[in-house]
Design a protein around this ligand. Sequence first.
Ligand SMILES: [Cu+2]
Length: 133
Amino acid sequence: MMKSHIVSFCATVALATVISAQNVSASPQDYEFQLVQDALPLAQDTIISVRLMHKPTGKPVGDAVIFATRLDMAPDGMPTMMADLEALPSEETGIYRYRTTLGMEGSWRLSLAAKVQGEKDTVQSRLVLKAKN
Ligand SMILES: [Cu+2]
């Protein structure tokens, strides 16, 4: 009887250790940017919307500070062809919006770097969207 108590106690401690280790190792890989629409019209004043998700909980992250963005045509071999991005106010938790002008049909790469509350490492992402007439 005594022996089985010890075994189950050890198993509980081991499980608790695993759980706390997972908490400590929360990392940028826990977050994911997603394009709300991956095809957009070739037009002025196109709005690009991206959603930032916390993957372990499946919840959108509304308090991230996105401090670097770049939109270019690197996927089509034109990394120096860039479009300006103007950050717009968020209208929905976890959705970040940018106004741009997509002046050429093809694939555009959106690069993002973000700081998330309570996360010391930067979350970085590169998303590819299509501009179509
Ligand atoms: Cu181009």
